[in-house]
Design a protein around this ligand. Structure first.
Ligand SMILES: NC(=O)C1=CN([C@@H]2O[C@H](COP(=O)(O)OP(=O)(O)OC[C@H]3O[C@@H](n4cnc5c(N)ncnc54)[C@H](OP(=O)(O)O)[C@@H]3O)[C@@H](O)[C@H]2O)C=CC1
Ligand SMILES: CC(C)CCC[C@@H](C)[C@H]1CC[C@H]2C3=C(CC[C@]12C)[C@@]1(C)CCC(=O)[C@@H](C)[C@@H]1CC3
Length: 329
């Protein structure tokens, strides 16, 4: 029986590189590209079929920034698949990022220079907005839309014939101080990305607590810093290309400058086929690339307490109830 692998945000960057790498690892899988834009998804499928002509690839339209679209897409998934073995929750945004050059220069001459490059801590702010669903866009796209998707396809994820895995593309930019339980959507503040990724880490821990018994396991990954459309929103592509030699030098300092989507997908690929008993719920799996360009995976304990994860889970369940009431009064 073919393993069914669904990937959100599969049409570009890390998601698309993951598709390529999964097909090279196991050409017997059924891949489902869950994307918001059908044309971009078709282009991705064409590119994947060129390198893997016998690949079995489906497409489902899901905009994780819209509850209506998630409900429709989830219904299609339930109807199409009896079970889903892997769900990569990878789609994500960082809208209107701004670099603090002052913090960058100060950081360069401080003892925190390595961690600054590894996490981007204190270097970026974003401008968020409210969606048609009345939620903060970064929160809804990066977290809540994905959470609703999981809840909606629960019957095909939790099945008797073997465990299923959820794999979240989180970030080392996830930071406790950017997140607040009383403002978990990050209405007040300018670090919505960091907050959403921290919320993702908390949610993954809670999902393990509530779903492991039912055969569903959740892990979080940091792909490292990768040059994708997300990074081209921070600085234009030609500037990144221009400073590439500096970035290779930075890679000698920190193994987290993975730079290419291929390298960034390392930990996401590593989790595919892993025995679920060997996974640690409280750990983040990082894609790393050495100065010589070798890829490997490193794990690190996350900076969180299970109690906060429980409290956040309760809040997200309350929000789910509220949203369902609005959608289906
Ligand atoms: N690049 C980096 O350095 C890092 C990235 N990450 C994370 O990796 C993930 C992938 O990003 P990356 O590959 O870098 O960037 P890309 O912008 O290349 O990929 C993002 C993907 O998410 C999709 N997406 C965005 N919004 C939605 C939505 N509302 N509904 C459905 N799909 C959507 C995009 O689709 P579309 O093409 O239609 O916009 C695209 O396919 C993100 O979660 C990001 O936060 C984590 C750490 C570092
Ligand atoms: C290397 C150059 C000379 C200067 C680049 C400075 C910054 C723009 C980058 C340094 C570290 C980068 C980084 C990210 C964005 C760009 C930087 C701040 C991320 C926050 C992007 C999204 C993520 O999820 C993180 C893992 C990245 C961490 C590093």
């Amino acid at each position: 029986m073919r393993k069914v692998v669904v990937i959100t945000g599969a049409n570009s960057g890390i998601g698309l590189a993951l598709c390529e790498r999964l097909l090279s690892k196991d050409d017997q899988i059924h891949l489902c590209l869950a994307c918001r834009n059908l044309q971009r998804a078709e282009n991705a499928r064409t590119a994947l079929m060129t390198s893997h002509p016998s690949a079995d690839i489906g497409i489902v339209q899901i905009d994780v920034g819209s509850i209506k679209s998630v409900l429709r897409g989830a219904k299609e998934l339930r109807e199409r698949y009896k079970r889903i073995d892997y769900l990569y929750l990878n789609a994500g945004i960082m809208p209107n990022p701004r670099i603090s050059f002052k913090a960058l220069i100060t950081g360069l001459f401080s003892s925190k220079v390595i961690s600054m490059f590894a996490t981007g801590e204190g270097l970026l702010t974003q401008e968020d907005k409210v969606t048609e669903d009345g939620l903060q866009e970064v929160f809804e796209t990066n977290i809540f839309g994905h959470f609703m998707l999981i809840r909606e396809i629960e019957p095909v994820l939790c099945h008797a014939d073997g465990p299923s895995q959820l794999i979240w593309t989180s970030s080392s930019n996830a930071r406790r101080s950017a997140f607040s339980l009383t403002d978990y959507q990050h209405v007040n503040g300018q670090e919505s990305y960091s907050s959403s990724k921290y919320a993702m880490d908390l949610l993954s821990v809670a999902l393990n607590k509530h779903y492991n018994q039912q055969g569903m396991f959740s892990s979080v990954v940091c792909p490292g810093f990768v040059l994708t459309n997300l990074a081209y929103g921070i600085l234009p592509q030609f500037i990144w290309m221009f400073i590439m030699p500096i970035m290779w030098l930075v890679r000698l300092l920190t193994n987290t400058f993975t730079l290419s989507p291929y390298n960034g997908a390392e930990a996401l690929l590593w989790l595919f086929g892993r025995k679920v008993e060997s996974l640690d719920s409280l750990v983040k799996y990082h894609s790393c690339t050495s100065g010589l360009g070798n890829n490997y995976v490193q794990s690190s304990k996350m900076d969180l307490e299970e109690e906060s994860s429980d409290l956040f889970y309760q809040k997200i369940l309350d929000l789910e109830k509220e949203v369902r009431k609005k959608t289906n009064p």
